[in-house]
Design a binder for this molecule. Structure first.
Ligand code: PRX
Length: 654
């Protein structure tokens, strides 16, 4: 991390105590917090065991809380049996079957509400349809859907019968979809004809067809939801409309109770190699983390209308659109489209019309909406909102203050939640009725979470002026269990760095004098572009898949709205393009990468070079590339460079 960022954060001295009126009604108050911290400190395992018993509905109670025999492949609640869909649906049907579970709004403006009873019936019908196709416990189902209730229904239908879902973000390309289907060995793919995004049609079925045409031999069935109404080709024998698949299926389906450790889902995420990893979560532990943190960090109450704007294709959509709030019996809002369609008031319009009380989004969305000015949110009645959340990347203090002032109207606590696909649920976040907030800090670990900052040798860093690696020292129930099909990669990525002693998150952070955590960013070659996680190696391999590209190196540079932008250095086969030719080629390569990986990976800057700065042993000196992309001076020794003259060219001067 640079001294400049550290200084600016240390200067950020504002503190916002929880509003007294909020604390008075909060689910967790200061005395509860102290009690929970003390309990976790005294007996980590007993603490989680008690919460698991009290929070979830068990088919068979567990007697073993934590099994560390194969650490760091930890197992939780091992001899218990449970069903996640039962916990999200059936438990509510007796007391409040008619409570609204989902309020859905499409981008063109269709609004639909589903009660818990209706949601359960639809889940059961799809679960029965999957069963009729021979899908059962352990089979993988890939879901490639827009943000519609049927995406949640598909997830819960899988959970109902013990099938393992893997949701692939609808913005990913056919190529990315195919890689994920093949890695998971999915038997079924569930998609929609299309989806609406920023006034345009996204042709999901066409992308699914393309993915299946390229391979994916394991897929025998493609279930297609009619949503956008665009024309699609249906292949007889393989493709079936959702409505036909569920026609005649009973709206009751007995849940398949699975052992706690049974995989609930895989979710692919980028790492520092070109191949995305299938993060595998276990049923009971994940569900516990999702539900408990929804109650704690969002202070969820029965009358709340909870809106997490994340897409179902990311972990935030799993934990805080589907499993957490539904297990807690909340009313959730789902919105299909873009935040700026038809204008930058869309989010606030939805909040006003549906009476949203808890609003959770990403800093990149806040920054994008900020650009449109304060007048826009000022037009809307946001008086029902009582709590705001932020996730996905560090939030800059300026955006935090804007959010607090213009959306929270100075009244609402902001919970800045730090977590990852791998952690399953929020680990570091302020309890909104207890912990004073500081703009830009995710504050303190939740009870039961032993987070720390360590140096290169694994020793804890306590000096508030020093940064280090963010690690978690004790296992927690919602942690990932492994990487699908590659446990060696699980061990080497998350544990090997400090001899299996700590879970290594891959982030750098520091703690201030009050013990507050300030996350600085990733320590590895992972970028956060508009809150989306992208591996530089993945983007580089997309470049070199182009037959005219010889070599590429990708780094991040700061971006006002996206957080980070993708900056690529490209060496073409043959002569280095210049002038108009370079411009045309850059445009072409930008589209190429977007097609290979999805529009979220479209590079922002492309700079052509004769070669890349390498050490004599052939290693690309990324630090130099990062400095150039950021327009920073190069302060380090470049004498080990094989080709020092290249630096001028890379700077655009050669
Ligand atoms: O770098 C951290 C950043 O997002 C990474 C995890 O990305 P992903 O698995 O896509 O999950 C995002 C949603 C949970 C982390 O390693 N990150 C996430 N939340 C925060 C954050 N950085 C700072 N503050 C946060 N609140």
């Amino acid at each position: 991390m640079t001294n400049k960022t550290l200084d600016s954060i240390l200067l950020e001295g504002r503190v916002f105590p929880p509003p007294a009126a909020f604390t008075a009604r909060a689910r967790i108050r200061p005395a509860d917090h102290e009690r929970l911290l003390a309990e976790a400190q005294r007996d980590h395992e007993g603490f989680w065991g008690r919460l698991a018993r009290e929070t979830l509905a068990w088919h068979k109670p567990f007697t073993v809380t934590l099994d560390g025999a194969d650490a760091p492949n930890f197992r939780w609640f091992t001899d218990g049996e449970i069903n996640a869909a039962y916990n999200c649906l059936d438990v509510h049907l007796k007391e409040r079957p008619d409570k609204t579970a989902i309020i859905f709004e499409s981008e063109p403006g269709e609004v639909r509400a589903l009660s818990y009873r209706e949601l359960a019936a639809q889940v059961c019908r799809l679960a029965n349809a999957l069963k009729a196709d021979g899908i059962g416990a352990g089979d993988r189902v890939v879901i490639y859907m827009p943000m519609v209730p049927e995406a949640v229904i598909a997830m819960l239908a899988c959970a109902r019968i013990g099938a393992v879902h893997s949701v692939v973000f609808g913005g990913f390309s056919a190529h990315s979809l195919r890689n994920r289907i093949e890695d998971a060995g999915a038997r079924v793919l569930i998609t929609a004809d299309g989806s609406h995004r920023a006034g345009k049609l996204v042709e999901l079925k066409a992308a699914a067809d393309e993915a299946l045409a390229q391979g994916c031999a394991s897929v025998g069935k493609l279930i297609v939801l009619r949503h956008a109404g665009n024309r699609v080709d249906m292949r007889p024998g393989r493709d079936v409309w959702w409505s036909d698949a569920v026609a005649g299926q009973p709206d009751h389906c007995a849940p398949v109770f699975v052992p706690s450790e049974h995989p609930l889902f895989l979710l692919y995420t980028s790492g520092s190699t070109g191949r995305p990893k299938g993060i595998q979560h276990a049923t009971a532990g994940f569900l516990l983390g999702a539900k408990l943190t929804t109650l704690w960090a969002f202070d969820l109450r029965d009358d709340d209308v909870f809106w997490c704007t994340a897409d179902i294709g990311w972990v935030t959509g799993h934990t805080y659109v589907t499993y957490g709030p539904l297990a807690a019996g909340a009313t959730v809002v789902m919105y299909e489209g873009a935040p700026v369609h038809p204008d930058a008031g869309r989010f606030w319009d939805i909040c006003q019309r549906h009476g949203v009380t808890i609003f959770y989004t990403a800093p990149t969305a806040i920054r994008a909406l900020m650009k449109h000015g304060e007048d826009i949110p000022a037009r809307y009645d946001l008086s029902k909102i009582r709590l705001l959340g932020s996730v996905g990347e560090p939030i800059n203090p300026e955006a935090w203050i804007w959010y607090q002032h213009n959306i929270g109207r100075g009244r609402c606590p902001i919970v800045d939640t730090w977590w990852q696909t791998e952690t399953g649920a929020t680990l570091i976040a302020p309890l909104p009725g207890v912990v004073p907030t500081k703009p830009g800090s995710c504050t303190l670990p939740l009870p039961g979470i032993d987070a720390a900052i360590v140096d290169d040798d694994g020793n804890e860093v306590t000096d508030p002026n020093r940064g280090g690696f963010l690690v978690i020292r004790k296992p927690w129930p919602s942690m990932l269990r492994t990487i699908w099909g590659d446990n060696a990669r699980y061990l080497s990525t998350y544990w090997a760095r400090f001899g299996n002693r700590y879970y290594v998150a891959g982030d750098t952070a520091h703690r201030d004098r009050d013990g507050y955590f300030w996350v600085m960013g990733r320590a590895d070659d992972v970028l956060k572009v508009s809150g989306h996680r992208l591996g530089t190696a993945e983007i580089e391999s997309a470049f070199v898949a182009n037959p005219r590209v010889a070599e590429a190196a990708v780094v991040g540079r700061p971006h006002e709205i996206k957080g980070e932008a993708i900056f690529a250095y490209v060496v073409m086969k043959g002569a280095r393009p210049t002038g108009a030719q370079a411009g045309a080629l850059a445009a072409e390569l930008r589209e190429w990468v977007a097609r290979e990986l999805g529009a979220i990976a479209r590079p922002d800057d492309i700079r052509f070079a004769d070669n890349l700065p390498k050490t004599r042993s052939g290693k690309i000196m990324r630090r130099l590339l990062r400095a150039i992309a950021r327009g920073e001076a190069i302060t380090e020794d470049v004498s080990t460079l094989e080709n020092p003259a290249i630096l001028e060219q890379l700077r655009g001067e050669g």
